[in-house]
Design a protein around this ligand. Structure first.
Ligand code: SF4
Length: 345
């Protein structure tokens, strides 16, 4: 399994100027990722941690004041390696939707309110393929049936569908041309639990049918637990932990990840869940050292001044990306060095 998209020391800031005063919000700050072909990679963290900014950069859908100030994004698609910075707008547009697709948060923004669903599908398909209306209707009917959606939705207008059905139709629309790389932004937010399950199952089906890569962005660790193969935890614009989903859920090492897991509601326990104390920091004035130190119960003096490096704590040998466990925390690093374990820089 090769890498399909990677970032190297990516830094993307919002740079604004008002009345001669420049303000820089460090929303994505030195993030290195390797997302593998065919996997579901979850990006998690509280709101304001940089998830959506990272998504916009990965999608190439950004404009000032958001600016890439350092690092790079590299796509490995269709046998080619392309640096996002070297691509023209036309190349990016061409790549998007044909090989890359995006499932947005609100389905109402995607489906044209005055067009029937079948016409919205036709508009989309015919923009990328040379098809007649009859062919695109047939393709849509076959695809909706494949995904277990009733064919009758084709004749409906968006407002005639429930929120859950609209979201499913949006997912179908975003994936009907079988993109290699799918980004989903909070795809289950605002849906009730039962509908959420259906949407999660549908995302699984879509991803597995073609072995596409799915990059899933949500604050909801429960959704990641159901879908993701690996999870990257963002805090205040930094990647603070990354591992396979089982490890993140059963053996989280970063104190922030532990809070996120502890705050998950549990069906078999009536105990009150642990809330994360405090608030995420303002990213125009991020704290020095570890950005989590003001909220961390384990913080030490060193945490206030020196930023912890993201290190590979497992396994001891540098094997497949999918089995590596990375953490950025001084305390974890110290524990490992005391235990004589090998730490990879
Ligand atoms: Fe907490 Fe320090 Fe680890 Fe940051 S580096 S998570 S402040 S213990």
């Amino acid at each position: 399994m090769g890498t399909i998209i990677e970032t190297n020391n990516l830094r993307a800031y919002y740079i604004t100027k008002a009345y001669g005063v420049e303000r820089t919000v460090k929303a994505v700050d030195d993030i290195t990722l390797r997302i593998q072909e065919g996997e579901v990679y979850g990006i998690a963290g509280e709101s304001g941690c940089g998830k959506s900014t990272l998504l916009r950069i990965l999608l190439g859908a950004y404009q000032p004041p958001l600016t890439v100030v350092g690092g790079e994004v590299i796509y490995h698609l269709e046998g080619e390696t392309m640096n996002a910075a070297d691509m023209t707008e036309e190349q990016q547009r061409d790549m998007k939707w044909r090989t890359i697709s995006y499932i947005p948060q609100g389905s109402m923004h995607v489906l044209n309110p005055v067009r029937r669903i079948r016409d919205t599908f036709h508009d989309f398909i015919s923009a990328h393929r040379d098809v007649t209306k009859k062919e695109s209707f047939q393709l849509t009917a076959d695809y909706l049936r494949d995904l277990g959606l009733p064919e009758k939705v084709m004749a409906s207008y968006p407002h005639q569908l429930s929120g859950g059905m609209r979201q499913r139709v949006t997912i179908a629309l975003a994936t009907i041309l079988w993109p290699k790389l799918i980004f989903a932004d909070e795809p289950t937010t605002a849906l009730d639990v039962v509908v959420q399950r259906g949407v999660i199952q549908m995302l699984k089906d879509v991803q597995q049918k073609e072995g596409s890569t799915l990059v899933l962005i949500t604050h909801d660790i429960g959704v990641h637990a159901n879908l993701a193969d690996r999870i990257g935890i963002l805090y205040a614009g930094k990647l603070v932990e990354e591992a396979d989903t089982k490890t993140i859920l059963e053996n989280p090492r970063h104190p922030y990840t532990r809070y996120l897991i502890e705050s998950l509601p549990s069906l078999d326990s009536r105990e009150e869940r642990l809330a994360i104390p405090g608030r995420p920091p303002a990213l125009d004035r991020p704290p020095s050292g570890c950005r989590f130190h003001e909220r961390c119960p384990l913080a030490k003096e060193v945490c206030k001044t020196i930023e912890p490096a993201l290190i590979q704590i497992e396994p001891k040998h540098d094997v497949a990306v999918s089995t590596r466990h990375f953490v950025a925390c001084h305390v974890v690093e110290e524990e490992l060095s005391r235990g004589g374990e090998h730490v990879y820089a």
